[in-house]
Design a protein around this ligand. Structure first.
Ligand code: ADP
Ligand code: MG
Length: 225
């Protein structure tokens, strides 16, 4: 469902060119729970952003669900991201003036869904993240782990074909991080395709595949089941 072929990304901001990705080729199957790991600066976020259509390569191809990213216009890409892909980042990126429920509703409305449908989908997504009763709370009234689960609810509310997460537990204490990982595991068990960047391999024993990057290259690719 995601196919990456000979992907190269070189950043040339001042100084010497930085080869963030060097000839990366990968296929990610439907339903996989893929962990991307490696040291800081290895190219993990860069790879995730290319697979999630948030960045464009210097050369090479990304294909998702049979559609080549470079064949899409900017508008088609934006639309594809909104309708088919979900994202969770390290810094929850919730809107502070909006309640948990409203934070989840906003992208559904942006997709063009009716308010009542959006509201029902947002309630459902929050309950899948065990956040019943927290719908009317502002982000500041929630713990870090609860805020991250609101961000996950927002990302999964429209049942995206792929969920992308970049170090989603990096800001959380270990107990809270374990709870957030459990939420990802439950999504995986329900069939969600997940691509996650993390250092915390001990928290992700149920990943189906672990890809390790070093200096922009895949140095290990371990399939677990
Ligand atoms: N927008 C950018 N401009 C310049 N260099 C960048 C940019 N994004 C990433 N890089 C560089 O590319 C390399 C890989 O970065 P990144 O993918 O963020 O690594 P990781 O997520 O594994 O820590 C690093 O050397 C980083 O400094
Ligand atoms: Mg990163």
């Amino acid at each position: 469902m995601i196919s990456v072929k000979h992907l190269n990304k070189t950043f040339t901001t001042g100084g010497a060119p930085m080869h963030a990705l060097s000839d990366v080729s990968l296929d990610i199957a439907d339903g996989a729970f893929v962990i991307i790991t490696g040291r800081s600066g290895a190219g993990k976020s860069t790879l995730l952003y290319h697979m999630g259509l948030l960045d464009t390569p210097t050369s090479g191809e990304v294909e998702i669900d049979g559609i080549r990213a470079d064949a899409m216009s900017e508008k088609e890409r934006t639309d594809f991201r909104l309708r088919r892909l979900g994202y969770v980042f390290q810094s929850y990126a919730l809107l502070p003036e909006l309640t948990a429920l409203e934070n989840v509703i906003v992208p559904l409305l942006m997709e063009g869904r009716a308010f009542e449908e959006s509201r029902a989908m947002a309630y459902d997504a929050l309950s899948r993240m065990d956040l019943e009763g927290k719908e009317e709370n502002l982000p500041a009234q929630l713990s870090g782990g609860q805020q991250q689960r609101v961000a996950i609810a927002r990302a999964i509310a429209n049942n995206p074909s792929i969920l992308f997460a970049d170090e989603p537990t990096a800001n959380l204490d270990s107990e809270t991080a374990a709870r957030v990982m459990k939420a990802f595991r439950e999504l995986h068990d329900a069939g969600q395709t997940i691509l996650m960047v993390t250092h915390e391999l001990d928290l992700a024993p149920d990943a189906s595949r672990i890809i390790t990057l070093s200096d922009g290259k895949v140095v290990s690719d371990e399939r677990k089941k």
